[in-house]
Design a protein around this ligand. Structure first.
Ligand code: G3H
Ligand code: 13P
Ligand code: ZN
Length: 326
């Protein structure tokens, strides 16, 4: 029996995107693959009264297992309810790579899916994205597509080069596929090494592309992937306590704020979550070599993650105090 997201207490991105576009803030989309990350994301969003898109990549879905993941989400929604917070929660498939996976997620309670056909030719991307959108819409689920390719190498996202989104193709892609939102490539990339050989302060996203897109489609939801800041504090802790993540650089906070000001309404964060957790786990274990209870190092990393989620919601995305917005 298919599971409908509404019965789980989830919502789609429709209303939150509308509000975000109107009031120029962004909805945070946080990736997770384990309990502590989910707890921290939920807690941070409850405490800041921020809507949240909980994202699962296909590899994270396999890692956590669909059944456990669904029950974790049910638990998370119960925690939100008991807290009294009135925050809308979306469950989103990040970088879905096939119609079958998107359909599986839609049939298993996701309220939003991304179909990433950005590695295909333009025509094949349209064809695949359209097929997913048609099925998703028949179940009232929303769809994010991608046009342009982001650089960065992750488990199942491999792109050596960056292909910026061509603004003149965007309207055509949206009309032909029926997507509800679009991820664009304007200079961000996945992972911890976003700007090879350049200082963060030098790095400028291609706001000219973003502006051209927004000029044609002022109210259409635009998504920014690869948007982690790769906070130096945590990179330093990792390197100080036995790690080796030299020269990692992310997207500066001012660039993110500028992207939001120019109309981006969903921002994806995964690497920052991983780095914060890894930093605190490394530090805790090195400082406490006799410790072998996972709660003793996962607990502090979860606490630190809550702080970062709150910081981002309040100071970068502007998604905090959602209930108090106009
Ligand atoms: O942008 C994609 C996510 O960071 C997913 O990464 O496939 O390693 O879970 P993953
Ligand atoms: P980061 O690697 O910058 O966190 O990007 C995450 C992302 O885009 C998930 O889809
Ligand atoms: Zn991504």
């Amino acid at each position: 029996m298919p599971i409908n997201y509404k019965n789980l207490g989830l919502v789609t991105t429709k209303e939150m995107f509308k509000k975000a576009i109107k009031e120029k803030f962004a909805i945070p989309a946080y990736n997770f693959s384990n309990m502590e990350q989910l707890q921290a994301i939920i807690q941070g969003c409850v405490e800041t009264d921020s809507p949240v898109i909980l994202q699962v990549s296909s590899s994270a879905y396999k890692y956590a297992s669909p059944i456990l993941l669904r029950h974790m989400i049910i638990g998370a929604l119960q925690i939100v309810k008991e807290s009294g917070a009135k925050i809308p929660v979306v469950l989103h498939l990040d970088h879905g790579d096939s119609f079958e996976l998107c359909k599986f997620c839609i049939d298993n309670g996701f309220s939003s899916v991304m179909i990433d056909g950005s590695f295909l030719s333009y025509e094949k991307n349209i064809c695949l994205t359209k097929k997913v959108a048609r099925y998703a819409h028949s179940k009232n689920v929303v769809v994010e597509g991608e046009l342009g390719v982001l650089a960065g190498i992750k488990d199942n996202i491999k792109a050596e080069k960056k292909f910026y989104t061509q603004p003149e193709k965007v309207k055509d892609f949206i009309l032909k596929t029926g997507v509800d939102s679009l991820a664009i490539a304007i200079g961000t990339s996945h992972g911890a090494y976003k700007i090879v050989g350049r200082a963060t302060s030098d790095h400028t996203l291609r706001f000219d592309i973003l502006k051209k897109i927004k000029k044609q489609l002022p109210n259409f939801p635009i998504v920014l992937h690869g948007a982690s800041s790769i906070l130096p504090k945590y990179i330093n802790i990792i390197n100080q306590f036995g790690g080796d993540i030299e020269n990692a650089v992310g997207i500066s906070e001012s660039q993110l704020r500028k992207a939001i000001k120019n109309g981006v309404c969903k921002i994806n964060i995964d690497s920052d979550i991983r780095l914060v957790m890894t930093a605190i786990i490394r530090k805790t274990l090195v400082e406490n070599p006799k410790e072998f209870d996972p709660r003793k190092y996962l607990g502090p990393s979860r606490e630190e993650l809550i702080k970062i989620i709150k910081y981002k919601n309040k100071k970068i995305f502007g998604s905090a105090r959602y209930g108090h917005k106009k």
